[in-house]
Each structure stands twice: as structure tokens, then as C-alpha cells.
Design a protein around this ligand. Sequence first.
Ligand SMILES: Nc1ncnc2c1ncn2[C@@H]1O[C@H](COP(=O)(O)OP(=O)(O)OP(=O)(O)O)[C@@H](O)[C@H]1O
Ligand SMILES: [Mg+2]
Length: 482
Amino acid sequence: MPEETHSILSLPPSARRSPLVSKNHVLIVDDEDLYRRALERILKRQGHTISCACNGPDALEFLNGHSVDLVLCDIKMPGMNGLDVVKRIHEIRPDLPCIVITGFGSSERSLEALGAGAFWYLEKPFEQERLDVVRRLVDQAIEHGQLKSENRRLKSELHSRHKFDRIIGKSEGLSKMLSLIEKVADTESTVLITGESGTGKELVAQALHYNSRRADKPLVTVNCGAIPEELLESELFGHIKGAFTGAHQSREGRFSRADGGTIFLDEIGDMSPNLQVKLLRVLQERSFEPVGSSKTRRIDVRIVAATHQNLPGLIEEKLFREDLYYRLNVVPIEVPALRNRGGDVALLVHHFLGIVGQGRDAKNTTISGEAMARLSTYHWPGNVRELENLMERLAILCGADGIQLSDLPDSLSSGPKPLTPTRELPAEGLSLNRAVEELEKSLISQALIRTKWNKNRAAQLLDVNRTTLIEKIKKRELTPPD
Ligand SMILES: Nc1ncnc2c1ncn2[C@@H]1O[C@H](COP(=O)(O)OP(=O)(O)OP(=O)(O)O)[C@@H](O)[C@H]1O
Ligand SMILES: [Mg+2]
């Protein structure tokens, strides 16, 4: 039995099927007929309605027109792989739980799957004695999705003013940040929020707006990275009828909708150079023209922008305008990474377990000291979002004695993995220089691929300075893909 399934197997026998989970619609995505059919049989017997897709694009198209409660997705498929499918699904349905199916013994991939937002992972093959595990995991994932969307509904119903109490943490870094927010919230200054992905930049933007005199007016968020470039201009500034093919009616843009309030330009580092020029003008003059119109519109908005990217690095690479950067960076707020926030991990763990508890008979899940110690020393590359997702899953998957060390995913080691050679020293020996060269080349290539050849970020990942990295890239003649 693979290690990774222990936490699932260790569920108490009393872990009954949730009353929330009855007959549900499950989508199975796998290019291999055999496994698809096997899963279909198993889950049909459980009473679920099953739909199948042979690849990612078909699955995404299916989700467009159908309501689905759970997706089971194979990780290895030609074209779009399972991790990309999960990420794309969460862009359109953030609450839809996905279980990723991995090959036997591939714990690295399992961790990647969790990082990509999967609820959990299942290893092939589905032997008879593991069917119960499969069924229970499916039920738990469905319940998780239902609780999540219920939670979202309640949150939006509350429509509460976001005072600072939504930002949990008492560490020095976070306290400094909170006092800066407090000082700057009720001013008209443009704010640039930076910080790694998942650190809470959106929460900061909300705190700024809801603690300003604009709080009763709209806070309009635009994710500049998620909207295709050709649509973003009309999305931001609106368009008039006939401005382009398909513009049957004129439409108001998000700047107009934010009039009187705040516009939050998220992922600003992804904005195209063409739009950067237009945004610069809005920042300077607080006016713009809708696409296709020559009539200038004046607006009164406060601008808050955020990015997880290193803008000075993008400026150096001529991908971001320096003049726009200075206009945005009037008040910089840097959200600290979770690994640098000391005791905040424990506070956040209890906070998230408390939230999950509210949806489940008001019973809080406990956590053992050992498990908490492991969480406190983990390096949290996905920051608070990663912690939040993990707590939601663990609260469902753990046994009656709360979260134990053995419930944590195996690969949750306490820090960036030390590099241990994966190869044994061959009996005949090896060339140490060549082996080191190969390892270095492989790690540099991985960092460049992961950062889409953003050398600043790749250098950060590898903890070397940019010039050293550039020299190494040249020496090894690494070139970006076409
Ligand atoms: N200090 C905090 N207290 C409570 N919840 C937090 C805190 N920071 C972040 N979160 C939660 O973590 C999740 C991620 O936060 P958020 O979306 O604001 O991150 P982000 O920095 O905008 O990430 P990205 O760069 O990926 O967009 C959210 O669900 C948010 O509510
Ligand atoms: Mg964000």
C-alpha cells in the first residue's frame, strides 16, 4: 500500500457518508479507456451520475454547460496535462473539487497536484481492496466542494465591511504592514501591493478600500493577467456600439463602474505595454476614452495595484514601463511571505480550522503539537493560500483524534529540500565535475521554465544573483523555447 494513502485509510470507521453527499455528478477525465471505465463502474455503483472526457479541452468545454460536483482527472495525458486542467478548472469554478490520478509511487507529482489546487490524489491502479478508499475520498471531496461554495455564499451574504480583523497575524512583519494600511487607507494615494503569491494581497486591497471614505462606493477588481490582452482594454475602459466586430451594444468598463470608489488592478505585471501607456494616462489625468469613442470620460477613482512579480526586474527587461511604475508605487506595501512570519502559522491554522468547523456542526478540529511544529517550520511556497487549502482538506481527512503528524502529506518537509543526489555512486565511479555540471544545468533549466524565463525570479529561486545566473545561462548555452 503506498504511503500517501495512509491518511485516508486512517479515517475512523465512524467516518460515515456525509448527509450532504447523495447522488452527484462526477466528471472523469482520462485518455486511457481502461481506467476511465474502471472508475466509471466504481462510482456508478456508489450512485453517482458519471460523465467522461478523454482530454482536458473536452472536459473544460463540458464544464461550460454542465453542473458537476467533482472532477477526477488523470495527471498524464497528451496535450494538456492533469495539473493544467485542474488550474484551468479553478479559474472558472474555484469551488469545484478535483482529485488527480497519479501513477503508482509518484509522490513528487502528488505534491505538485496539491500545489495546483487538487483536493487530493489517487494512485493507479484501483485494486479491489482500495475501492473503499476511492469511494470515501470521492464523498469527502464532494462534501468539501459543497461546504466551500456554502462558505463563499455566506461570506458574500454577510457583505461585511472588511475591517482589519480579516487579516490574521501578529508577527512583526504583519503588524508593521497593518499599521501602514491603517495610515494610508483613508488617503487618496495610489498604492502598489507586492508580495509572493498567496500572501494576502487581495485582502490588503480590500482593507484599504473598506477603511477609506470610499467604502460605500464600489471596489472593482480587475485581474489583468486573467483577461486576454485584446479584451482587457474594453473591459477596463468600455466600448461604444460598433467599436469592433461583435460590439453590438456599448458597454461600460470597469473604471466607470468604480467611479467614486476604488479600482483594484491585480496582477499588474501582466499588463501589455500598449495598455500600460493608457493606464499611465488615467493615473495622470483621471480620464480616458472608451474603445471606439473620441469622447473623453473623467472619473474619480482611487487606484490600488498588486503583483507577485518583481517590477524593477520587468522594467530592466523592458516589459514594464518605468514611468508607470513610479506612478503606481506612490505608497508601496509589501506583504511578507508566510515563512517569515514566525508565530502567524499557528494563528492561521486555528483560524482556518475554526472556519471549517463552522460549517461542520460547529466542531473545531484539533491538531497535535508535532503536526503544528512541522507546519511551523515548513517553507510554504504557496503562502497563506497553501495553508488554507491544506487545512480545509485535513479537517475532512483526519481521524477523530484530530490532525496528526501522519496525516500531513509526506513531502511536507521542513524546508526547501536539501539536494540529495538521486543517483548512487556507481561501482566504477563517475566524473564529479560532469555530475555537478549536469545537476546545475538541470536546476537552472527548471527555474527558467518555471518562471517563464524571468531571470530575476529564476535567480531568486536559485538564491544566486542575477548576473551570476546570466553568466551560467551563457556558459551552458541555454536558450528560451520559441
Ligand atoms: N493574513 C491572513 N489572514 C487570513 N487569511 C488570509 C491572510 N492572508 C491571506 N489569507 C487568505 O489566503 C488566501 C489567499 O490570499 P489572497 O488571494 O489575498 O493572496 P494574493 O497575495 O492575492 O495571491 P495571488 O498573488 O496568488 O493572487 C485567501 O483565501 C485569503 O483570504
Ligand atoms: Mg491575488
